[in-house]
Ligand binder design. Sequence first.
Ligand SMILES: [Fe+2]
Length: 329
Amino acid sequence: MVSLGRRAVCFAALVLSTLACSQDNERKDAATGGPDTAGSDGGAADLARDIVKAGEAIARAVTGDTFKVTGVLVGAGDIGRCTSTGHDETARLLDGIDGIVFTLGDNAYPDGAPSRFTDCYGRSWGRHRARTRPTVGNHDYRTPEAAGYFDYFGDAAGPRGKGYYSYELGGWHVLALNSVLRLNSWSPQMNWIRQDLAASRATCTVAYWHESRFSSGEHGTSSAMRAVWEVLYASGVDVVVTAHDHNYERFAPQDPAGTADPQRGIRAFVVGTGGAGLRPLGVVRANSEFRDASHFGVLKLELGSGAYRWSFVTTPDGEVADSGAGLCH
Ligand SMILES: [Fe+2]
C-alpha cells in the first residue's frame, strides 16, 4: 500500500505538471494576443485557476484507493499487414491486458480483402476476436463495401454496411463510429449519434473511429471530422480515440475548433501504432502534449466512476511511454 501511495503521489505530480504546461502555453497566447493585455491576462488567470482546480480534482479522483477500475479498453489502429511483424508484437501486448479490444480501422492492409483478414490480421489480433469491438478504415474499404471487414467481424462490427454502434462498459457509454461514411451534419450516421447520445444516461463517454480530427502526423488535421466533434462536444463526450496517422499522439482537452478547453474539452488520442508500419511526424499541432513515432503499441484506457487513466503500452516488452488521467465532465 505504501508503494501504491507513492506511485499515486508521483502520478498526481505528473498530472499537475502536464496541466501546468498547458497553463504556460495559454499565458504565452494571451501575451501575444494584442493590445488588450489586461483582459487577456485576466482570462489567462481564470484559465489557470480552472486548470489547477481540475488537476487537484483529478489527483483526488485517481489516487490511492479511491479509483476503482470498472472497465478496460485496449487497442490501436492501422494493424494487420502480412509483411510486417509489428502487429504480431502488439498482439502479444494484448495477451497480457484484460478488457475489451478496440480497433481503429485499417485493420488489414492493403485492401481489406478476406484473405488479408484471415491470414494477416487473423494470425495476430485474431486470437482476441471474441473480445474485440472494431471500427473500419479507408483501407478496409478498398474491398467493395468493406465486405472482408464485415464478414470477418460479423455482429461485433455493428450493422453491416453501417459499421457504427454503441455499448456500455463499466458505467461508461462507448461509441464506435465509421469515418469512411459521410459524417456531415445531416448524414444518417450523425442523426444516429445525436439520438444515441440523447438516450444515454452515462456520466462518462468515449468515442473511437479511424480518421483523426486533430493530428501532427502525416495526414494531419481533418476538417471533415469537425462536424462530428461538434456533436460530441455539445453532448459532453469526454474522450476520442482515432488513428489513420501511423504514430501515437495525445492532445489536451480542446473544443472542435482546436481551442484549449480544460473544463468542457474533449481529450483526444491518435493511436495508429497497431503494427502495420510507422511514419514520421509533421507539423506539431496546438494542444499536442505527447508524441511518439518510433514505437508500435496499444492504448490502455482504465475506466472508472467519473474518471479515467490512460497508458500507451509499447513493444517489444510493454514499457509505458505515456500515462496520465482525466475527469469526466
Ligand atoms: Fe487510414
